[in-house]
Design a protein around this ligand. Structure first.
Ligand code: GDP
Length: 425
């Protein structure tokens, strides 16, 4: 059975924790998009980890972790991440890298930095991990596939072609040092040595695994609203964050994805620029940011303070719909314990008209939140394992959200740890 775990919001919903938890019953966990630009924070018996490129299943001895073809593969970063796990006492995970994955190169990172610098105040708030230049190259057919590392003659020729193109931009647009093709070629030979032990025909491997009835998890990065097609374009990421893309980014038939577990956060948070209707500011925001997540709402990759807001039913329902959510995991609910009353955004007012449908970015910029206020529960809910034991107001909050989402909430996460979960029948 193939199950996807994806985000309904702007990312940081706690997908890492849910994946780590569900990985226990899985055989294979796959990253199918994105790169090391976002991170999952995972807390388990080995310690606290921020994973950026590896799937969240790497902590179990029985699982195989796969970097799918849809991922932006930063090879030195991958090796560094594997080494850092091992040095912290995690048994060396079994890792496979798709021979069709493409390489994220140091020049992608540079181009990302140069472009943000050029845009100045109008920048996208990129994490500067090279993701946009990487995917631009992939679709412009000037990317380098892992498989190409194994044909050195053709590779060298390609590197020269790539440099010719890039150097025009570097010289005339960014006024930065040019790329040296021989240097890049030498680097690629190093990359080949590093990645070779992991390279695999992943789609063939998965076809066999599906036939054998293995349990497979597709792990998404970021969330619906950062999808380049269906998100808040252009303040989005450069690869699809949707479960549907899991089929492409892993190389499996779309109809094999039977379950789409969509992770929804009990309040809102976002990193970087972009429309965010239910955002809050000032002391109210500072308090939520300080209390949020497991160590406050600060980016797992960049350490940047996240923007925060109340739960947005319009954005989250849309986020679930566009993912094709079959069930929802509601996370970080424990964080809201300090509030007497909890506002949730149940509509957007655009040009005097209230809508419950998430609009395109142009309209979104004009949207004002319509609030509904629910009573708080004012107690610590960590440690509770049975739904019925939650305070009544807490259950009311969950059930109100469930009604708004139009998808069953089957799991409620009430703490960052692996076991801090309440299953609902
Ligand atoms: P991801 O990218 O979706 O995996 O999310 P992140 O790892 O960036 O952010 C989620 C943060 O919330 C991490 O610091 C988690 O440890 C933490 N977290 C996840 N679930 C819960 C929860 O139910 N309660 C609390 N307090 N923290 C949680």
């Amino acid at each position: 059975m193939v199950r996807a775990i994806v985000g309904a919001n702007w990312g940081d919903e706690g997908k890492g924790k849910i994946t780590d938890m569900l990985a226990e019953e899985s055989d294979i966990i796959i990253r199918f998009q994105g790169g090391s630009n976002a991170g999952h924070t995972i807390i388990n018996n080995y310690g606290r980890f921020a994973l950026h490129l590896l799937p969240s299943g790497v902590f179990y001895g029985h699982t195989t972790s796969i970097i799918g073809n849809g991922v932006a593969l930063n090879i030195p970063y991958l090796i560094k991440e594997i080494d850092s796990l091992v040095s912290q006492g995690v048994p060396k995970p079994k890792i496979l890298v798709s021979d069709r994955a493409q390489l994220l190169m140091p020049y992608h990172v540079k181009f990302d930095e140069y472009e943000e610098e050029r845009l100045g105040k109008k920048s996208f708030g990129s994490t500067k991990s090279g993701i946009a230049p990487f995917y631009s190259d992939k679709y412009a057919k000037t990317g380098i596939q892992v498989s190409e590392l194994f044909d050195q003659e053709a590779l060298r020729e390609k590197v020269y072609r790539i440099c010719e193109l890039k150097n025009v931009m570097l010289e005339h647009l960014y006024h930065k040092p040019a790329l040296d093709p021989e240097e890049i070629f030498a680097l690629l030979l190093d990359y080949k040595e590093m990645v070779e032990p992991y390279v695999c025909d992943v789609s063939a491997y998965l076809a066999k695994a599906i036939k054998e009835g293995k349990n497979i998890l597709l792990e998404g990065q970021l969330g619906s609203l950062k999808d380049p097609d269906h998100g808040i374009y252009p303040m989005v990421t450069s690869s699809s964050t949707l479960a549907a893309y899991g089929a492409i980014g892993a190389g499996i038939p779309p109809y094999e994805i039977k379950n789409i577990t969509t992770v929804v956060k009990a309040y809102s948070s976002a990193v970087g620029a972009g429309e965010f209707v239910s955002e809050i500011f000032g002391d109210e925001a500072d308090e939520l940011r300080r209390r949020g997540g497991d160590k406050g709402e600060f980016g797992a990759t960049t350490g940047r303070p996240r923007r925060v807001g109340w739960f947005d039913a319009v954005a989250s329902r849309y986020g679930c719909r566009i993912q094709g959510a079959t069930e929802v995991a509601l996370t970080v609910l424990d964080v809201l314990r300090y509030l007497d009353e909890i506002p949730i955004c149940v509509g957007y007012e655009v040009d005097g008209v209230v809508t419950k449908d998430f609009p395109t970015t142009v309209k979104l910029a004009k949207a004002k939140p319509v609030w509904k206020t629910l009573p708080g529960w004012k107690t610590d809910i960590r440690g509770i394992r049975n739904y019925e034991e939650l305070p009544e107001n807490c259950r009311k909050y969950i059930e109100t959200i469930e009604k708004e989402l139009e998808v069953p909430i089957t799991m409620v996460s009430n703490g960052p740890g692996r076991d801090e979960i309440i299953y609902r029948k």
